[in-house]
Each structure stands twice: as structure tokens, then as C-alpha cells.
Write a protein that binds this ligand. Sequence first.
Ligand SMILES: [Zn+2]
Length: 338
Amino acid sequence: MFGTVIHAPGDIRLEERPDAALTAPTDAVVRLAATCICGSDLWPYRGIESVDEPRPMGHEYAGVVEQVGADVRDIKVGDFVVGSFATSDNTCEICRAGYQSHCVHREFMGTAQAELTRVPHADGTLVATPGQPDPDLVPHLLAASDVLGTGWYAADAAQAGPGRTVAVVGDGAVGLLGILSAKQMGAERIIAMSRHADRQKLAIEFGASDIVTERGEEGVARVKELTGGLGAHSVIEAVGTQESMMQAIRSTRAGGHVGYVGVAHGVSLPGEELFFSGTHLHGGPAPVRKYLPHLIDLIWRREIEPGKVFDLTLPLAEVAEGYKAMDERRAVKVLLQP
Ligand SMILES: [Zn+2]
């Protein structure tokens, strides 16, 4: 099979690799209908995360089950499935509490920008769609695998809902789908923080009511101005930098909630400011598996179109160009067709 390998920052190659195969009786092998490049894949690509040796890439996936291990009961060969970037048994105490991304048997997917991928704990990780999807549904289902699930978790962790004003820091795919999620949860007002015209347009399409183009302290001041000086009830942080995290915390009113899902790089929080902020902080890797049945249902009934975040589609063979396009901000998110 062909699969994506990163050799060094900026050096992405599609290579011939051994076919994905079952290694445990709870595994499945999935033939990808589509996969994509994540904002977090840019961390090693940009050298912010080290690349010590060549390694495969990709953790977002949707496709057809090709093989299942002897202990897989619920998932069948031929099922069209969507799975989370974090695998889970879906039975341990942590999973049952709704934190499948912290499952005691968790593994992080990392080989999905390929023709085939192995999925550990198939029954607890994968969710089958009601049937084979129409081709136009595939990008939306793929989005559920990470970016939609993560945006949904951020909105949930920030307690978006009726009567709430939600501010969203970050206008990448996760931030944009945080807007869609907050809208689905009934948020009254959604403030998108974005300075890119094309992303603002999608933010409004997904349900944003206000756009704030200022960043940092000016952005915080603008959110306060829009919320009677108090700050937002719910703030989604979808970047992962010191600046974005502080922008999120400072944009939140006392008693409000920050849902942070941008993978933190070099973030350190000032204790004294946190102490006096009176805000709730919750986030981390999203328990996408918890939300997948609901998200698949919304997509299947054509109530949401999260796949609109894919603004560039390339054949898997052009994966290197896909990384380049996202790195240079020519694309919000790249879908790859094996
Ligand atoms: Zn578990």
C-alpha cells in the first residue's frame, strides 16, 4: 500500500509501505475512502515538534472495513465506519464516564494518510454508518473523525447553549466547527475571532453572529465591549499558543467556561491571574467517540455540513502539496483521496 511518511520538517513523502494488517484480535483494517491533513500535523512539519526518525502520519479517517480480528463483534467487514483519532475500548471506567480519549487502553492513530489503516479496539473505536454513504457525504463523515468531534467537545466543555454568548479563538477547521457546534447547541450569540475573509464567510455560514478581527489584548477588549463589559459565557480556544490561551481566558466572564482544544505548545498559565479570573477551564484531546453516533446521525440526516471546512481536495499522491498548502495558509484543510 501507499502511505505518508514524514522524514524531517518540511519533508513529506508518499511511500510504498507494508499493507496494514491485524496485529491483535480486537483490531480492524480499514480501506480509507478519504483522509485528511490536521492542523496538528503542521507542528512536526514546521519543526516545532521534533522529528527524530521517519514516521507515518495521519489520524483522521473514514472508510470501509476490510478485515476484522477474531474478537471483533459489532463491526463487520464491509461496514462504512468513522473512528476517532484516539482509540478506546469504550468499556473501561474512564470511557464509561465519557472520556474515551483518555481510555486506559488508548492508542493514538498515526498511520491514516494511507490507503489502509489498522484500527486497534475496533468495537470501541469505530462507529458504522447506517449504510454505504452517498459520495457527497464522505467529506462530512471524515470531518466527524477529528475536527468536528473536537469542535463539538470544545463547545460542550465551554458549556455553549441557549442564552449563552460564545467566543471562538482560532479560525482554523476546529474553531470553525466549534461555531457550528455551538450553533447546534443553541447558543444565542457566537463571536468568531478571525481576520481572514474566506474564514469569516464560513464562520457566518456556520452560525457566527459577530466577527472580531482584533487579536490579543485588543481582541479581548472587543469581546468585552460586545458583552456589556463582562466577557463571553463560553470561550472556545482552538489554537494552542500562549497568546491564544490567554486571549481565551481573558475573554471569559467570571463564572464562565473555557473549552480548550488547541494542542498546547509552550503554554504556561499565570497562577495568580487564573486564581482571580474565576473561570472554568476544561479541554484536552476530545472524546470524539462519545459524540460520533450523534454527529453521524446529524450528517446522515443532512442537518450539518462540516465537510465545508475542506477547501482543497487532492489525490493522496499529492500529499506533500497538501501540507505545503496548509502551511502557507492557502488552504484551511486538505482532503486526500486514496
Ligand atoms: Zn476505555
